[in-house]
Ligand binder design. Structure first.
Ligand SMILES: [Zn+2]
Length: 212
């Protein structure tokens, strides 16, 4: 569902541009709202969420889909943890479609889906691993890298129940906004994928904005 935000960019407490292929990690406090802004359009922001107090509690795609009875995420979607608590809620969305079943790109999946020589191409899983290695204060390991949300990514389910990676529905300036229901670690890989149309074969930056 398309819903515009009433928040004004100039009033944000924080903003940072994340280049394609880079990561973003930060604690969003309970009650704060954060926006992921697709600056140039058709980008994919592969995102994981953790309870900042206890990162073993984390975003669960399975629980979120079951609770809302829908595989797509948009305005009104409550993001549920593996302990069945609401972590965040999507409060505004001008794209209207976000995926949580396609998974993130990895060098291994690139070899299976595309070609063996894609093994050396930079993938979201590499960015997440780098993020947790360079930010030891969060106490996370490889084991914490689990199923995620692909903001702005279009992965429709076919009538037969299959998954297809399609051209994105996003465009320059579209955004999704989430309000935190608990202190939450946000970990984003701004996807460097060049083998499927999730980012129009042209990875571009996103901007993160936070309001109190
Ligand atoms: Zn990716």
């Amino acid at each position: 569902m398309i819903k515009e935000s009433s928040l004004v960019k100039e009033n944000a407490n924080f903003s940072e541009v994340v280049p394609a292929g880079d990561y973003f990690i930060k604690v969003i406090k309970k009650g704060q709202t954060f926006r992921i802004l697709d600056l140039e359009g058709n980008q994919a922001a592969d995102t994981l969420f953790y309870n900042a107090e206890e990162p073993t509690e984390r975003y669960s795609a399975v629980d979120t889909i079951r609770e809302q009875g829908n595989v797509y995420l948009s305005t009104g979607s409550k993001l549920i943890s593996n302990e069945n608590n609401v972590m965040l809620e999507i409060v505004a969305d001008t794209c209207g479609r976000h995926d949580t079943i396609g998974g993130a790109c990895a060098t291994e999946s690139n070899t299976v889906r595309y070609a063996h020589e894609k093994k050396c191409m930079h993938a979201c899983r590499d960015s997440w691993m780098l993020a947790i290695a360079e930010n030891e204060q969060y106490g996370m390991t490889k084991r914490d890298i689990t199923h995620n949300i692909n903001f702005f990514m279009n992965v429709p389910v076919t009538k037969e129940g299959g998954l297809t990676f399609e051209d994105g529905l996003s465009a320059p300036g579209k955004y999704v906004e989430l309000q935190a229901h608990m202190d939450t670690i946000v970990l984003i890989s701004n996807c460097p994928q060049l083998n499927n149309p999730c980012n129009a074969y042209n990875p571009t930056p996103v901007e993160i904005l936070i309001w109190d």
